[in-house]
Write a protein that binds this ligand. Structure first.
Ligand code: SME
Length: 158
């Protein structure tokens, strides 16, 4: 399938409707988790030009391990309760961080990052977290509550 450039609307509701359509298009009938998460990280990165890192950390025992992503190389393992991702895992809810330097224990992967959002990925059958979607932006306060809600709905496609 060849990628067709899409122009995302500025209205957030319409933006997330289009994002979900695009994600569904690239998830399709695929069942391999690596292939799905690789394309999902790419589709989201295309939709958020101001995001400098978009990717997944997956639960591996007590900690998180790096999954498919778009952006600069990143830390491969994050402990339970550590950083923004490990906090999302521990608290079982999304984290919206306006300024990462103000987040206690933030793990810096790119010194240009200011804002971050982390969305837990929930098993539909038992509610357990099996990973997180992590996004960074160089723009302070970039991610909003609308993004949290939109992204939480988007990852339900996974
Ligand atoms: N900042 C994250 C670490 C991963 S990088 O942002 C890609 C954290 O504090 O958990």
């Amino acid at each position: 399938m060849s990628y067709i450039e899409v122009n995302y609307p500025t209205d957030k509701k319409e933006f997330y409707e289009m994002l979900k359509e695009q994600l569904q298009l690239y998830i399709g009938e695929e069942t391999n988790q690596t292939a799905i998460l690789a394309n999902v990280s790419s589709v989201i990165a295309q939709a958020f030009p101001e995001a400098n890192w978009v990717g997944f950390y997956l639960v591996d025992g007590e900690e998180l391990v790096l999954g498919p992503f778009q952006g600069k190389p990143a830390v491969s393992r994050i402990g339970y309760g550590c950083g923004v991702c490990g906090t999302a895992l521990k608290e079982k809810h999304s984290q919206v961080v306006e300024e990462v330097s103000c987040f206690p224990g933030h793990i810096a992967c790119d010194c240009n990052t200011h804002a971050e959002i982390v969305i837990p990925l929930l098993d539909k059958e038992n509610g357990n977290i099996w990973g997180v979607l992590d996004m960074d932006s160089v723009i302070p306060g970039y991610f909003t509550e609308e993004d949290r809600i939109g992204l939480e709905q988007a990852v339900e496609l996974l």
